[in-house]
Design a protein. Structure first.
Lengths: 250, 450, 488
């Protein structure tokens, strides 16, 4: 469903990705692990279509489409979701307005009927309950004044609402305590199924004990240097990235 | 009211010009044709503009119209004359007093002219110049001629034009690239006048070469009726740093107008603070062009206005290139029937992206008839910028006052304490600890003044 | 950066056809000959059958105006206006003032229908209380006012100012020019000389006006200026909420609109005045559009009175307006909530004046300026605390948002305090739409336009929420439309 072929990319003329190859089938859960600066977040941003990254080579196809040719919102409509490492605050726009606008924009692009206020309310209530979110969080402006945990839960809520074919979780575990981590993981696991694949990007193995991956890849210096099953994550937890010529203390 | 071009301003110039003593007139011809042309242009320009009235937007809150009606004459040349007026004693250096160390150079100006006998210039590093402008024009004209009018264009206002027409001395501080001057350069400007009003127009040149660091301290004081119209041209070279701290404690009957025009090159830092407490009417105007990426301009001002004083702080910061910063904090306490004025303008030119501009001005009104007028202005032509300003006016916080009183401090003393703390907030912005201490002490002394 | 360029391009593509009110109504009109002299004024006055005192007042204003100079302090630039090249009177040809809506020219009714303005009372469902009464001003005259009878039951007078001159001369004579004197400023003085129509509202003591009152201004005729005059009087303890909207056909020439609005609030009275200004803004190259030079001022004469201005300014080639409050009564309150959006070549210089005279007077200013394209957007405001204004309070917040790197956003506040017990606070910020916010929205599936609209609406929320419900939704849409094709 997602096929990345020898992807090269640079930022401000500096090469960050040096030929990434990765294939994710429908419903699979992949994890990408790697030290700081290895290009993990760059990969996530390029998949979502963020400005400022230059793709210098390779290709990405997603559900049969040339992903790199699409606008960010078209990628969203095609079923690609990015859970942000740092969710953005939008003052003055209530969370529920934002969610409804986003959901209907995606439904419109997919040729599905838009939800009216009542239908939306019903849907959102069901989702928030599962994530232990209060109604108050829906009334407040998007991410404004949210704690780190609330922001991440809000990301998962949006994911649950938009039901993407592929969700990219960019360091979703950063800054979360264990309770928040569990709630987020539960949200992800609840969505897990043949129609929903995941690409979990993380520095630590911790998240992967809650979201158990089918495949683990190690990204170092812009290249996937090793791939394996979930046991690879444990190995990395024990040995760090040193065996890949990467000294974390440096 | 008349328009800005008052016939009396022309009469003022005619009278002043006619009374210029011969030696001064010839001193004023030093500097060659360029300077002569500059002076002529200044004279014409001032005749066109006249002393600003409140109808001129840049002078909306401070009129100098009354100066036009005051028959100021040039100060007589030479030591104390027969007029029975003697100069106030020369105060200790502002920073020297704290440090116990001699300044690198101390220049004392009486009525706008350097008094060599009162000045002392220590051994300076190679290439550093600190001395009289008149002397420099006479002895080393090549060193200064091109710097005159480089930053202060007569089109920038009537007072610059007037200064350009008539300056006959002033100060030159030139620091070549790569010099760190540990001790400050102290400038003491003393006004000596009696009942007959005098006027002078000193010109200061402060040029700091690339990578150099210098501290300049200015102290203005005096006695009698006079009008000091100062223009300072500041050039801060690439990566250089100039700390420029000023104490304005002019005589109660004096008019003081200071215009600083500064130009900052790449990664330069210009930090200036003016402590204003003197004069009947005073204008402290700073016009800075932040012309090099990475440069930072910090303008600070603290003022204490009493009696019927008008203390005006006006700034224009022009962010001309991308990636520059400015920070302005002006705070003042206004008592009796005095008036405080703050006008601050931040301009961000087209393409001056990533500009970071901050401006704060706060006024404390201490009496029933005190007044503050402020106009903090933003003029922005680039989109990727972060600019903000804040302004407040009000009286001393009741709850703070009560808290101090409840601890046994008398009401007046508590008010004094809080006012001093308020002015101290600005001084705390200064990077250099010795300067903070010295200026803090000065504010304390002012507060104790009756 | 790429996102910005895209957005700017899109804006260019859509703006030309976005002004959906740009149509022209072909209707027979009667106009005064072009030009302005005392005869023009006599003509207008005679047309309206005015009493002698009003003609004298107009002439006094005109004579004063001839000695005045057009102001040049605002940050707006435009070619000189030829005041002799304008028709000062244009009215649809009708026999007499229609006595009921049935007598109104159907073409006019159709025009307002097209603009989405309900002029048919009977269309209301039985049993439903009407929420808005409308006075429709077409070029120089009021063509219809709805629900007059219903309002009369409450003693509320809502009619055109021409009708008020005729039927309630004592009220008009007492208040006209009492807040904005005929000699006030260049454009107000011109208006005093040549004003043709406008709305008049009087709310008697203790009455809460049972519905929103609204005036809808439409400039239709060519080469015509619109000079309307609105007067609202709220007697002690009364309340009224008034809205105005305006549109004009799309034309290559500039048309002048110089209105005057005077509000008077007595003891404990409240006037809420909302404007959604959507005059034709000109095309993307700055050709055509309305010159909007407006003087709006309210006097809080009585104790604890309150005047609240809310404006959403999206139209006009040039906007020059400063809705102000004179806070005379002790404890009176003035508010100014403003959204000003400029795109393409529009220029807006707008803000407010809050003059604190009475004790414990309070004012709040919230201004949100959004500049896009090559436009210039200036907030200009004055807060003045007079010596007698013990305990006065002002809070001002001015935020500017820039979209694209060829526009300008300027803030020019004047703050004058002469009372130490007064507390004045002013804050201003300038920023651009954040790339992060835009990307976040787009990642969630919103198109560029929708994302901009959503973020800007959030930026303006504090102001938009002050609008009456009926207008709020419309205004939110307008915010999006005005900015279509602009980002940062």
């Amino acid at each position: 469903m997602l096929e990345i072929k020898t992807l090269h990319a640079s930022v401000d003329g500096k090469d960050i990705l040096a030929g990434v190859d990765l294939t994710i089938g429908a419903g699979e859960v992949h994890a990408i692990m790697g030290p700081n600066g290895s290009g993990k977040s760059t990969l996530a941003h390029i998949l979502a279509g963020r400005d400022g990254y230059e793709v210098t080579g390779g290709s990405v196809t997603f559900a049969g489409q040339d992903l790199l040719a699409l606008e960010p919102e078209e990628r969203a409509a095609a079923g690609l979701f990015l859970a942000f490492q740092y969710p953005v605050e939008i003052p003055g726009v209530s969370n529920s307005t934002f969610l409804k606008t986003a959901l209907n924009a995606v439904r419109r692009q997919r040729g599905e009927p838009e939800l009216d206020a009542m239908e939306f309310l019903k849907l959102i209530r069901a989702r928030t309950r599962r994530l232990e979110m209060s109604d108050d969080m829906l009334r407040r402006a998007v991410n404004v004044g949210f704690s780190g945990g609330e922001k991440k839960r809000n990301e998962v809520l949006q994911m649950a609402l938009l039901e993407p074919k592929l969700a990219v979780l960019d360091e979703t575990d950063s800054g979360l305590d264990i309770d928040a981590l569990k709630i987020v993981a539960d949200g992800v696991n609840a969505l897990r199924g043949p129609d929903h694949a995941f690409l979990v990007i993380t520095h630590y193995q911790r998240l992967l004990t809650h979201i158990v991956p089918d495949h683990v890849h190690v990204l170092v210096r812009g290249r996937i240097v090793r791939s394996g099953g979930k046991e690879l994550a444990d190995e990395l937890e024990r040995n760090g990235y040193a065996e890949f010529g990467y000294d974390e203390a440096a | 009211m008349d328009d800005a071009r008052t016939p009396t301003s022309s009469a003022w110039v005619d009278r002043f010009e006619a009374a210029l003593a011969e030696p001064v007139a010839s001193a004023a011809t030093v500097g060659g044709d360029r300077l002569a042309a500059l002076r002529r242009a200044g004279r014409t320009r001032f005749r066109d503009l006249g002393f600003p009235t409140r109808r001129v937007e840049a002078w909306k809150y401070t009129s100098l119209a009354e100066l036009a009606d005051t028959p100021h004459l040039p100060a007589p040349v030479g030591p104390d004359g027969d007029d029975g007026v003697s100069a106030p004693p020369v105060p200790p250096p502002v920073l020297g007093a704290i440090e116990g160390a001699a300044p690198a150079a101390r220049l004392v100006l009486v009525n706008g002219r350097v008094d060599a006998a009162l000045s002392s210039i220590g051994p300076l590093p190679d290439g550093v110049v600190a001395g009289s402008l008149a002397a420099a024009l006479r002895d080393t004209p090549a060193l200064v001629a091109d710097r005159l009018g480089a930053a202060a264009a007569i089109d920038d206002g009537a007072l610059i034009a007037l200064n350009t027409a008539f300056f006959d001395d002033g100060v030159v501080v030139i620091v070549p690239p790569g010099v760190e001057l540990a001790a400050p350069v102290e400038l003491t400007l003393i006004g000596r006048a009696g009942e007959a009003p005098l006027a002078w127009h000193p010109r200061l040149i402060l040029a700091v070469g690339a990578g150099s660091r210098v501290t300049v301290v200015e102290h203005h004081l005096g006695g009698g009726r006079y009008f000091s119209n100062l223009v300072t041209e500041v050039a801060v070279g690439a990566g250089a740093r100039l700390g420029h701290y000023r104490v304005q404690a002019e005589a109660a009957a004096a008019a003081h107008v200071s215009t600083i025009t500064a130009r900052l090159e790449r990664d330069a830092v210009y930090e200036t603070l003016t402590l204003s407490g003197g004069a009947r009417v005073a204008r402290n105007e700073v016009r800075a062009v932040v012309a090099g990426t990475g440069a930072e301009c910090r303008l600070y001002g603290a003022y204490l206005a009493r009696g019927r004083q008008i203390l005006d702080n006006t700034t224009v910061i022009d962010h001309a290139v991308p990636g520059t910063r400015s920070r302005q904090v002006f705070q003042g306490a206004i008592d009796d029937q005095a008036r405080g004025v703050f006008q601050g303008k931040v301009v961000v030119r087209p393409d001056a992206q990533k500009t970071d501009g901050y401006q704060l001005n706060r006024a404390l009104l201490l009496s029933e008839r005190a007044e503050i007028d402020s106009k903090p202005e933003l003029e922005i032509f680039a989109d990727d910028v972060k600019c903000s300003h804040g302004a407040t006016a009000g009286e001393i916080d009741d709850s703070q006052l009560f808290y101090l009183q409840s601890r046994g401090i008398g009401r007046d003393e508590a008010r004094g304490l809080l006012t001093r703390a308020f002015l101290g907030e600005v001084i705390a912005e200064i990077e250099d600890e010795r300067v903070r201490a010295a200026l803090g002490d000065l504010v304390g002394a002012w507060m104790d003044r009756p | 950066m790429a996102a910005t360029v895209d957005t700017v391009d899109t804006v260019h593509a859509v703006t030309a056809q976005k002004y959906k009110y740009g149509f022209f109504t072909d209707i027979e009109v009667e106009t005064a000959p072009k030009g302005l002299d005392e005869d023009t004024i006599r003509f207008i006055s005679a047309k309206k059958g005015e009493p002698a005192w009003l003609l004298e007042w107009r002439l006094k204003a005109f004579r004063h105006w001839q000695g005045m100079v057009e102001p040049s302090w605002a940050k707006v630039a435009y070619d000189p206006i030829d005041y002799q090249d304008i028709h000062y009177y244009a009215a649809p040809k009708t026999k007499a003032r229609p006595k009921s809506l049935d007598e109104v020219d159907p073409e006019l009714l159709r025009t307002y229908e097209k603009l989405g303005i309900p002029l048919r009372e009977q269309e209301l469902l039985a049993g439903v209380e009407p929420t808005v009464a409308v006075d429709a001003v077409f070029d120089s005259v009021s063509v219809a006012t709805t629900f007059k009878a219903k309002l009369e039951e409450y003693g509320v007078i809502f009619c055109s100012i021409s009708e008020a001159v005729e039927k309630h001369p004592e009220l008009v004579r007492k208040y006209l020019g009492s807040v904005v004197p005929y000699s006030d400023n260049y454009f107000a003085t011109l208006n005093s000389a040549v004003f043709t129509d406008g709305s008049f509202v009087y709310v008697p003591k203790g009455v809460r006006c049972p519905m929103e009152l609204s005036t809808y201004f439409r400039i239709n005729a060519q080469n015509t200026g619109q000079f309307e005059r609105t007067l609202i009087i709220a007697d002690p303890g009364s309340y009224v909420s008034y809205l105005e909207g305006c549109t004009a056909p799309q034309r290559d020439e500039n048309q002048l609109h110089a209105a005057v609005v005077e509000l008077i609030a007595h003891d404990d009275a409240q006037i809420k005045y909302s404007t959604v200004q959507n005059w034709y803004p000109g095309d993307e190259n700055g050709v055509g559009g309305i010159y909007n030079f407006v003087t709006k001022r309210g006097a809080c004469r009585g104790r604890n009175s309150k005047i609240s201005w809310t404006q959403v300014e999206t139209g006009s080639a040039i906007t020059w307006k400063y809705p102000s409050c004179i806070l005379q009564g002790d404890g009176s309150v003035g508010e100014f909530y403003s959204v000003a959006i400029t795109n393409n070549c529009q220029q807006a210089d707008t803000g407010t004046k809050m003059i604190h005279i009475g004790r414990n007077t309070r004012s709040t200013i919230v201004s949100k300026g959004i500049s896009a394209g090559r436009s210039q957007n200036t907030y200009r405001g004055l807060v003045r605390i007079q010596p007698g204004a013990e305990g006065a309070r002002n809070y001002t917040q001015c935020d500017s948002l820039l979209i694209g790197d060829r526009c300008g956003a300027h803030t020019v506040p004047y703050i004058e305090s002469r009372n130490r017990t007064a507390r004045v606070e002013h804050e201003a910020t300038t920023a651009k739409i954040s790339e992060d916010q835009l990307f976040y929205c787009r990642q969630r599936g919103l198109g560029q336009e929708d994302a901009v609209s959503l973020i800007v609406n959030g930026f303006c929320k504090q102001v938009l929420q002050e609008l009456p419900m009926e207008f709020a939704v419309e205004a939110q849409k307008l915010v999006g439309i005005s900015l279509e094709g602009s980002v940062g």
